[in-house]
Ligand binder design. Structure first.
Ligand SMILES: [Zn+2]
Ligand SMILES: [Zn+2]
Length: 241
């Protein structure tokens, strides 16, 4: 296997997943792209994963948003801030068929999720509306949740949730507009109800902005009998303008 990989590397030298520079390992970022990728480290909001200043005492801390917005989930983490290379990676995953990004993204998600993973968790993605799924052919959040489930050795249910109606884009809406737009738009898949019953569900998405979509999904899981919800996102938009 080692020999085969070495031979392949002679023909196809590994490239940076963001810029095509040559790197030493597969599925990695080159040094300069790494520096331009805003990975979240250090103290974070326990509810949404936003980075916070200071060291922290080990007790859970919360950002200003999570103190004022009711979040229907317990804990949340994010791997990166939405910006610079992280934005390019998300857009690549979403629109450019860059499914090769799933592997490094899965590893970054795992690192962020470690403190909030629990035994017996059920991993599920935020759903795409079926019409958009048809156009795009895949749900990028399901690609990410599958990777997390595989790495964490937890159950995965890619169609736990379904969008009842098309919600249109969340872009250009303010926070109130975003929450109103997605309310009641998501429900538990009728055939998956049994699977969610009494479970702690980890919802996975590529981007969290206001948290409206994740809140709608969490509410749907709880209404369908899930015991508790946590959330995990690849990127967190830190502050809404
Ligand atoms: Zn690069
Ligand atoms: Zn927060």
């Amino acid at each position: 296997m080692k020999g085969l990989q070495a031979a392949l590397h002679m023909i196809y030298p590994p490239q940076c997943i963001a810029c095509d520079a040559l790197v030493t390992t597969d599925f990695g970022l080159c040094g300069s792209c790494w520096r331009e990728t805003p990975f979240i480290t250090g103290l974070v909001c326990d509810t949404c994963g936003t980075p916070l200043p200071g060291e922290g005492s080990g007790a859970p801390v919360h950002c200003d948003d999570c103190l004022v917005i009711a979040r229907p989930w317990t804990q949340g983490r994010a791997a990166m801030l939405y910006g610079d290379k992280a934005r390019e990676l998300v857009l690549g995953l979403k629109h450019a068929d860059r499914l090769d990004l799933a592997r490094p993204a899965g590893a970054w998600l795992m690192r962020a999720a470690e403190p909030i993973l629990r035994p017996g968790m059920l991993i599920a993605p935020v759903p795409l509306h079926w019409r958009r799924l048809f156009k795009r052919r895949y749900n990028q959040s399901a690609i990410l949740s599958a990777e997390v489930a595989r790495l964490a050795k937890l159950d995965h249910c890619p169609d736990l949730l379904q969008r009842k109606r098309s919600t249109g884009t969340q872009d250009g809406r303010n926070r109130e507009g975003r929450f109103a737009n997605v309310q009641d738009a998501v429900s538990l898949h009728p055939r998956r109800k049994m699977q969610a019953e009494g479970r702690h569900v980890l919802l996975v998405d590529d981007v969290m902005t206001s948290g409206a979509t994740l809140a709608a999904c969490a509410e749907a899981c709880l209404a369908g009998g899930a015991a508790e919800i946590s959330i995990l996102v690849l990127t967190r938009v830190a502050k809404e303008s």
